[in-house]
Structure formats: structure tokens, C-alpha cells
Design a protein around this ligand. Structure first.
Ligand SMILES: [Zn+2]
Length: 150
């Protein structure tokens, strides 16, 4: 983790009116360093001995409330979290995700625009999210290599 990402994390926390603590910095850095959604269980494993479960849980809830993270459903029905990649994006724009049906990883698709859908006029959209299911590149590769060398 370089100096720049450290500055970035501090700035993000401050912009949300949050004080900079060790656990907040550590957790936010984790989300910034990946483009896949991370589950609470996985975070507990990563920070085993460093952060306790209650702190991780509380921090995740806070980050969701402050719109630093959002909740992403996974195919195994556990809850994962992902960083709001574009802090300035309108909620109407929506987020699109790709969920791999094989490894259950959730990737968020930056810069993928889903065309607007037309709804009946009496419905007001407050936010939208799109989930696309399929097989990720890594799983596709391992499947192909198994076909060549079974
Ligand atoms: Zn996969």
C-alpha cells in the first residue's frame, strides 16, 4: 500500500465527515485495492488477530451508511461489500455488477452503461443496480485448461 493510496483513504474518510482510525483506514484500503466485492467473512479472515469481528461489522455498516460501500448480493446468499467506485455518480445511473456463477466473485463493471429503462410514469426511481451473471475470465481459463489436460 503506497503513500498515495494512504492519502486517498484519508481524504475519502474526511470527505464523509469520518475521523481517521486504524480500522477504518485498513478496511477502506482493502476495498480500494480490489475490484471485486468482499464479504464480511473474508475480511474477518484477512484481519484475523488485527481487527475483531465487531469492529469489522460496525465499520462496514458505517461505510454503507456513508455511501462509501454498498451491499452486493452473491450467488451463495452471503453479503458482500464493494466500494462506490465513482463517488460523484448519480444514484440513478446505477451500478452494474458481474457475478461469476462458478467462483461467486462479484466484479463491478466500471464504465459499463446500461441503457435507461422506461417505467410507467407513476413510478419514481430512486436508485438502480444491474446484476449480470456468467462465468468470469479466470474460471473460463481453468475450464479450458481442464479440457486440454483433463
Ligand atoms: Zn469465476
Amino acid at each position: 500500500m503506497g503513500e498515495r493510496s494512504n492519502d486517498n483513504v484519508i481524504l475519502l474518510l474526511k470527505n464523509k465527515g469520518l475521523s481517521v482510525t486504524y480500522s477504518r483506514k485498513l478496511l477502506l484500503e482493502t476495498f480500494l485495492a480490489t475490484n471485486v466485492a468482499v464479504s464480511q467473512l473474508k475480511l474477518c479472515k484477512i484481519f484475523n488477530g488485527q481487527l475483531d469481528k465487531a469492529t469489522i461489522y460496525r465499520t462496514l455498516r458505517l461505510f454503507v451508511k456513508k455511501k462509501l460501500l454498498y451491499v452486493v448480493p452473491t450467488t451463495d446468499l452471503s453479503i458482500a461489500y464493494a466500494f462506490y467506485a465513482d463517488q460523484s455518480a448519480s444514484t440513478l445511473n446505477g451500478h452494474s455488477h458481474f457475478i461469476c456463477e462458478k467462483c461467486n466473485k462479484t466484479f463491478y463493471l466500471n464504465g459499463v452503461n446500461i441503457p435507461p429503462i422506461s417505467l410507467p410514469p407513476h413510478l419514481n426511481v430512486t436508485r438502480s443496480e444491474t446484476f449480470i451473471y456468467g462465468i468470469c475470465n479466470e474460471c473460463k481459463k481453468s475450464r479450458q485448461s481442464k479440457l486440454i489436460n483433463p
